[in-house]
Design a protein around this ligand. Structure first.
Ligand code: ZN
Length: 138
């Protein structure tokens, strides 16, 4: 069995952003040379997510509005976590959107359902953050 690991780095201009990272993940898979196996992709930070959904601007807007209803950023004082930090909402948003995705690899390609794309969800950005891609198989 082969294994391959690579980190991707992101720094968003805004506090919150959704980035379609499917091309980068596919590039890592290509580099690995693995044809059959499993690919794990996860955020390495507790205020960011990796998730799979549709690359559709309306949906991304809906997600942002929905997450802001669930865990509004402001006022910062509403959260106990916000003593020295102001990112309690980002921790909560990450919990809802998840840490990672696992995608099957068949014939050197990712097995996506219709419209499925991999996204990096940033909830406390403007700094360098990492995403891990680990692939096992042969
Ligand atoms: Zn925090």
């Amino acid at each position: 069995m082969k294994s391959f690991k690579k980190e991707l780095w992101f720094k968003t201009r805004e506090r919150r952003a959704f980035i379609n990272i499917t091309p980068q993940v596919q590039q890592v898979l290509k580099e690995s040379g693995i044809q059959e196996g499993l690919l794990l992709c996860n955020a390495m930070h507790i205020t960011a997510s990796v998730f799979i959904n549709d690359d559709e601007a309306g949906l991304h807007h809906d997600l942002e509005v929905w997450l802001e209803k669930l865990a509004p950023e402001k006022p910062h004082s509403q959260y106990r976590h916000n003593g020295f930090e102001d990112n309690a909402d980002a921790h909560l948003k990450r919990s809802v959107m998840g840490r990672e995705v696992v995608v099957a690899v068949t014939g050197g390609s990712l097995d996506f359902g219709t419209w499925e794309q991999i996204f990096y969800g940033e909830f406390d950005g403007k700094r360098d953050k990492r995403v891990l891609v680990k692939i096992i198989g042969e």
